[in-house]
Ligand binder design. Structure first.
Ligand SMILES: [Zn+2]
Length: 266
């Protein structure tokens, strides 16, 4: 616990301390809140909810560009513009690409960071609003071990990398755990009208095959393999690899601008 509060302290002093507008006080001369304090509050809530600091840092300084989307870009833009409405109706997204490294996790972070930037304003702030980010392996562990963790009931829930749970060993048993857990979670969230963002390397029709069609109605996967109904919309991310993710995860280190333009790292 001590470590956590220390980290929180340093996060605050780090974010506020580098602000040239308020010089680290967090407030402006007219005693309104400085943007650095809003940023710290958003960071603090998201990091405690399981989001990654390094990924959130991609958005500071307005560097972030949306990934190339084959379809569903309008839903992303809608999400970005109307988080209050998304929350009110429980609108949900299924973001997928067959290949890894297309920026899906970053996009999930961006959507939540964007929503929090708005929700941090005094008139939209609600202490009852909660957030959670789970990678599918965390999700699987919670249900496999029967843990009391019910963070998946949070107001906003991001489930990353669906379909990529460890499927070594007893396949049937694991699939059963996954399907029943996912049904429980998706059911709960649909009934309560809570927004859910799911990412996956499976197309909706491939996911349907993976789970033998048992999640189709909850995820609103239709007979033709397309997704979309009352709440869920499909976003197909494609295009080039997101090199920022490679920088983080590979031994290549920081890729220089020329190399990025040349695009020949393989
Ligand atoms: Zn400031």
């Amino acid at each position: 616990m001590v470590t956590v509060s220390c980290e929180r302290m340093s996060l605050k002093s780090e974010i506020l301390g580098s602000c040239n507008i308020c010089k680290g006080s967090g407030y402006l001369p007219d005693s309104s809140v400085c943007s650095c304090l809003l940023k710290f509050r958003s960071y603090n809530r998201l990091i405690n909810a399981g989001f990654f600091r390094s990924t959130l840092d991609l958005f500071s300084g307005d560097k972030y560009v949306l990934p190339i989307m084959e379809s569903g870009e309008s839903f992303i833009k809608y999400f970005v513009k109307n988080p209050s409405y998304v929350e009110e109706k429980g609108l949900s997204l299924y973001i997928w690409s067959r290949d890894r490294g297309r920026g899906k996790t970053t996009l999930e972070h961006y959507l939540m960071y964007n929503a929090l930037s708005l929700f941090s304003n005094i008139d939209l702030y609600a202490s009852s609003r909660t957030y959670c980010f789970h990678h599918i392996s965390t999700f699987y562990e919670i249900f496999r071990k029967g843990l009391s963790n019910e963070d998946w009931k949070s107001t906003w829930y991001v489930l990353d990398d669906l379909g990529n749970e460890d499927r070594a060993g007893d396949l049937d048993w694991k699939k059963e755990v996954m399907v029943s857990s996912l049904q429980r979670v998706l059911h709960y969230r649909r009934d309560k009208k809570l927004p859910t963002i799911i990412s996956s390397n499976y197309s909706p029709s491939d996911l349907s095959i993976l789970y033998s069609g048992e999640l189709d109605s909850l995820l609103e996967i239709k007979f033709d393999g397309n997704l979309g109904g009352l709440l869920f919309r499909e976003v197909h991310v494609d295009g080039e690899e997101d090199l920022r993710l490679m920088e983080e995860e590979s031994a290549w280190g920081i890729v220089s601008e020329e190399e990025k333009d040349g695009n020949n790292i393989s």
